[in-house]
Design a protein. Structure first.
Length: 447
């Protein structure tokens, strides 16, 4: 910096510079003297000039400092300068800040950033707290928050009541083998697999209820779509039938997809110019019964891993689920319905036409497979007791749940949506880790 420029800057009264959040700066501020705070995302020097990309609240602004300066990514600073037209012809910035003063927070230059485009998945997960500073993870964070808002907006407009059930419980919902056990003041307790049972206690009062809470599954699965802790969007509705339950799911998914892509389109395309947006599904969604799906897979020559045909009673793996969606969904989600009683938990209502089957449904999403599971709930006391016996479950901890079938039961149903899987599908992520803030899975409980 020349002595003349330093002399001119030394005469400036920086107390007069208007404080504006970086994310609020626009072309309307051109000509104004401002001060703003942010984090360095990129820095490059040319002759005696330093070009700084400063980031805050999902926005990056180019700053031009008339002095060569050593900076590193993630260094936090306040800059004082004048908003000006962008004279760079090779970048997309609408304006720039001609910097007159820099204050590095705590005078601390950040260490060398440990991640780059070639970093391994393990390195990225180990440094998940720093990976958030990259453009891909910044987009993820914004997308995640926006999708949560959309889902809550949907439920609010439909007059659902949001509740926050306990996550430390003494009951199971999806089988004892996937429970995380803990010592609760000398008693056995577990991290919840689902908040469904508690939601069911609310619907006689609120008619419709939902929660967005963590659920836990101690499954030692190492697939691209499994987590040990995930965000569970669950809802229960009173006085409905099976068809109406599926209609409510269709409304949630179609609304969420449409609003998400409307609001996030520009952000997504700015980072992924060739991104292929999913079609917004029209209602009703296509449906296929479990028994029909078994026949369909066999008719297409789709085999199990051991090379044999599928049989009634077999679980349909995720690859086969994706095949079904691709084959009959025309790029849209598909309902897989009516599973066997033996395949589903005690709380699922039996099909009135055939007691061997349940009024149950999974939603299969293109490229992912199952992202949602739901059913009509069992409301007959004797049938609930039968279900507990079938699964060899001690009914004592469920006294309060059994009361729901005794004190004014009603026809009701609900579902649970794996939020990270839904986001994974919308953003076309290859692995659910990409749709998760801090993944918790086998061999991963940090940071």
């Amino acid at each position: 910096m020349s002595g003349k420029i330093e002399e001119e800057i030394s005469k400036l009264d920086f107390s007069e510079y208007k404080r504006i959040e970086l994310s609020k700066l626009t072309k309307e501020n051109i000509g104004q003297k401002i001060r703003t705070f942010g984090w360095v995302t990129n820095v490059r020097s040319q002759s005696s000039i330093t070009f700084i990309d400063l980031y805050a609240h999902y926005k990056t602004v180019k700053c031009v400092y008339p002095k060569k300066m050593h900076l590193t990514m993630c260094t936090s600073m306040t800059i004082y300068g004048t908003v000006a037209e962008n004279f760079g012809k090779k970048d997309a910035y609408e304006f720039e800040i001609q910097v007159e003063k820099v204050e590095i927070y705590n005078d601390a230059i950040a260490p060398s950033f440990p991640l780059n485009e070639e970093s391994s998945v393990n390195a990225i997960l180990t440094n998940a707290h720093l990976a958030l500073r990259t453009k891909k993870r910044q987009l993820f964070l914004k997308a995640r928050g926006y999708l949560l808002k959309i889902i809550r907006d949907f439920y609010f407009a439909k007059e659902y009541t949001e509740i926050t059930p306990p996550t430390m419980v003494q009951t199971q919902v999806e089988g004892g083998s996937t429970l995380f056990k803990l010592d609760y003041y000398g008693e056995d307790a577990y991290l919840t697999q689902s908040s469904q049972l508690y939601l069911e206690t609310v619907v006689p009062v609120s008619h419709r209820a939902y929660c967005i809470m963590p659920s836990y599954r101690a499954e030692k699965s190492r697939t691209r779509r499994h987590l040990s802790e995930y965000t569970h969007v669950e809802a229960e509705l009173a006085d409905i039938d099976f068809s109406e339950l599926m209609s409510s799911i269709e409304s949630l998914i179609s609304y969420s997809m449409e609003k998400f892509y409307e609001g996030m389109k520009d952000d997504i395309l700015s980072l992924y110019p060739k991104f292929e947006f999913h079609k917004i599904p029209k209602t009703p969604f296509k449906k296929i019964k479990y028994s029909e799906a078994i026949d369909f897979l066999n008719s297409k020559g789709y085999k199990k891993e051991d090379g044999t045909d599928f049989e009634i009673g077999d679980d349909i793996p995720d690859a086969a689920e994706r095949y079904i969606v691709e084959a009959i969904g025309d790029g849209c989600p598909v309902f897989l319905t009516n599973f066997l009683v033996e395949q589903k938990p005690f709380y699922m209502r039996k099909d009135k036409g055939n007691k061997d089957w349940t009024e149950s449904v999974d939603l299969l999403f293109p490229g992912i497979g199952e992202i949602l599971g739901g059913s009509m709930r069992q409301d007959i006391y004797e049938d609930l007791i039968e279900g507990f016996k079938r699964e060899d479950i001690n009914i004592d901890p469920y006294y309060w749940y059994l009361d729901m079938a005794r004190f004014g039961p009603c026809k009701h149903g609900g579902y649970g949506l794996g939020f990270e899987r839904f986001l994974m599908g919308l953003m076309r992520y290859e692995n659910v880790d990409e749709a998760t803030l801090y993944p918790r899975k086998v061999s991963r409980c940090q940071p």
